[in-house]
Design a protein around this ligand. Structure first.
Ligand code: CP3
Length: 349
């Protein structure tokens, strides 16, 4: 790998320091889904353009990724894309339906279905390389987080054919057709790894692996059927020399395992008190975990809760402030602006 020319100040950013477990000038803050429907400027540039179409256009990716950085002054940008974009890029027939989520035309059920999915190469995603390059140039000392969907969560969309509460078909394959499951998980892990490699090679400073729906699993099933595949992705990402964040929802009883899978920082959703999360991840950082609905509370109530989370975060090896899941589309951006300013001004000394 060639040595990247790093922007001055980047390595000293509060976000990267916290991710490495070093002392920080202030608690760094960014928001999952900070780019998106809660921003009027997002709705404007997306007018008449489909979600996946915008994820395949380097200029739109660049603009949408920068919007929340301009508006809030957050400590990190997250690359604008989607966990299913790499599947679309290799030719899987899928779309993202507004208000629904990813929908796959021909759900994966057999070994042949898995084998038909090509592996991802950088040639599949030239717009990603281009957009990351543009962004790193624009962002200066603000780190860019690259991301991918973890094998279980992406498998759920592929097997169910769309969003699912129970993940019943996915788990039926996991329990009933181990050879198909193994092949599918290996396929997705390879695609996720290649997707992260493209982003880091182009200049992303950190990566987040989203296993949003892993909370549907017992620790034993996670350990046996899922963790080895997420571990493969995180270990490969580790060789790229950037911090790795690993996040899921409803994962209270999986946090230790999600850390052991190879994360430097474990994302904690809002249902788990941050102190409990810190105890479970041991010698790693944590990210989180304000309930995303608290932005609808009076500002003083929201900020009081944020203060409690920052205080709890002091016990962690490193704490990156975030919501406990993504920004809700009806969120008032002014509340996120106040929250950002509050976190960044909160005295740690
Ligand atoms: O965080 C960011 O600002 C970066 C952008 C981002 C998107 N999707 C953009 C998006 C990220 C990190 C994701 C990841 C993602 N996508 C996850 C993991 C994170 C999580 O929320 O748990 C998952 C499970 C998906 C799958 C997916 N894509 C869902 C559930 C949806 C929402 C469906 C809806 O319309 O309510 C999408 C679509 C999507 N991805 C939107 C955005 C901004 C909304 C589409 C639009 O604006 O038209």
């Amino acid at each position: 790998m060639t040595t990247m020319q790093r922007n001055p100040g980047l390595d000293d950013s509060a976000f990267l320091k916290a991710a490495r477990g070093e002392a920080v000038p202030h608690t760094p803050v960014w928001f999952m889904r900070q780019a998106g429907r809660s921003l009027p400027e997002y709705l404007k540039v997306r007018e008449g353009i489909g979600m996946l179409e915008s994820c395949m256009n380097a200029d739109l990716i660049t603009e949408i990724t920068l919007q929340p950085v301009r508006r809030y002054g957050v400590d990190a940008a997250i690359f604008f894309s989607d966990i299913v974009l790499p599947l679309k890029a290799v030719g899987v027939d899928l779309e993202i339906k507004p208000g629904v989520g990813p929908v796959v035309a021909e759900p994966v059920r057999t070994l042949e279905d898995v084998q038909r999915i090509p592996d991802l190469t950088p040639e599949h995603v030239p717009y990603i390389t281009q957009a990351v390059g543009n962004l790193v140039a624009e962002l200066g000392a603000t780190p860019l987080i690259g991301f991918a969907g973890a094998p279980f969560t992406v498998a759920s969309y592929l097997v169910e054919g769309g969003p699912s509460k129970e993940h019943a078909k996915t788990k039926a394959m996991m329990f009933g057709a181990p050879e198909v499951w193994e092949a599918l998980m290996r396929k997705i892990a390879g695609i996720a790894t290649a997707y992260l490699e493209v982003q880091v090679a182009a200049g992303a400073s950190a990566v987040q692996l989203f296993d949003s729906w892993a909370g549907a699993l017992t620790p034993a099933d996670y350990t046996e059927h899922v963790m080895p595949h997420s571990t493969r992705v995180l270990e490969a990402a580790g060789t790229l020399g950037v911090p790795r964040i690993h996040f899921g929802v409803g994962t209270s009883n999986l946090l230790t395992l999600m850390g052991e899978a190879g994360a430097d920082v474990v994302g904690v959703d809002w249902r788990t008190p941050l102190a409990d999360g810190i105890a479970r991840v041991g010698d790693r950082g944590v990210q989180g975990n304000l309930d995303p609905t608290l932005v609808f509370a009076p500002t003083d109530v929201m900020l009081a809760r944020a203060g409690e989370i920052i205080e709890a975060g002091r016990a962690a090896k490193g704490h990156i402030f975030n919501l406990g899941h993504g920004v809700i589309p009806t969120t008032d951006p002014d509340q996120l602006k106040r929250l950002t300013e509050f976190v960044q001004a909160y005295p740690l000394a």
